[in-house]
Design a protein around this ligand. Structure first.
Ligand SMILES: [Zn+2]
Length: 236
């Protein structure tokens, strides 16, 4: 209550502006205005199918969906940059709530099953430098949005990095796939309900190799679980 009051006062004195269009935000908005959120470039159905096809490259067919919400173009690049390098944790929560929670709700399609949300891990050193894990910020937002829609959902730290890998920015698809090999493992066993759906969340997807490796690691330890992969943005 007190912290809400404090934030209200702070916002009244130092109004926050939209990261994209610079308009002054209302007290109910965080990081982005409603107009920018609504006009973000959502993936069309053809691009969405392309993302889904990424999961068919794995030998296991237990990944039941691989979806991204947005195209990694113009404004979305600003969001991802702000999230990764701008120290803007609350932006991740807003994006997760607005773009990823609806994908969780639509995947469930009315089924009342427990949902576990997990984030792609970042190495401890990178987390220290950034102050947080950007995928976890997205996952926390997705959790809030899904709960608001009546879904029974919890967050678990299911995955961890085993090595500090090189940044993948300048790698071709083959190098990316090799670079992610063995880089992830599950943390010690968590209590995941047998009939749960696990959603693993990442910020951007290019070849999908990191998320597919994460799914492999989770399926190795929870072979009966249904795994879904979600990314904020698809690079084309
Ligand atoms: Zn705006």
């Amino acid at each position: 209550m007190f912290s809400n009051g404090l934030s209200f006062l702070t916002r009244a004195v130092f109004p926050q502006r939209c990261l994209q269009c610079n308009v002054v935000l209302s007290i109910l908005e965080q990081s982005l205005c409603q107009f920018c959120l609504c006009s973000a470039p959502r993936l069309d159905s053809i691009a969405a199918q392309r993302t889904m096809l990424l999961s068919s490259t794995l030998p296991t067919r237990k990944i039941t969906s691989f979806r991204a919400a947005l195209y990694f173009t113009g404004p979305v690049q600003i969001y991802c940059y702000g999230l990764k390098y701008g120290g803007n944790y609350s932006l991740g929560v807003v994006l997760g709530k607005h773009f990823l929670a609806p994908l969780i709700v639509s995947t469930l399609a009315g089924q009342r099953r427990p949902v576990v949300v997990a984030a792609m891990p970042v190495h401890m050193l990178r987390r220290l430098g950034r102050g947080y894990n950007q995928s976890e910020a997205l996952a926390r937002g997705a959790l809030q949005g899904a709960r608001a829609a009546g879904v029974e959902v919890c967050f678990e730290e299911l995955l961890e990095k085993t090595a500090h890998r090189k940044s993948q920015i300048n790698f071709d698809p083959f190098q990316r796939w090799n670079n992610t090999k063995g880089a992830l493992r599950t943390t010690k066993k968590k209590r995941v309900p047998k009939d749960a759906l696990i959603f693993i969340i990442d910020d951007t997807v290019t070849t999908g190799s990191s998320l597919l490796r994460a799914a492999e690691a989770v399926l190795h330890d929870y072979p009966k679980i249904e795994v879904h992969l979600l990314a904020l943005a698809q690079e084309l």
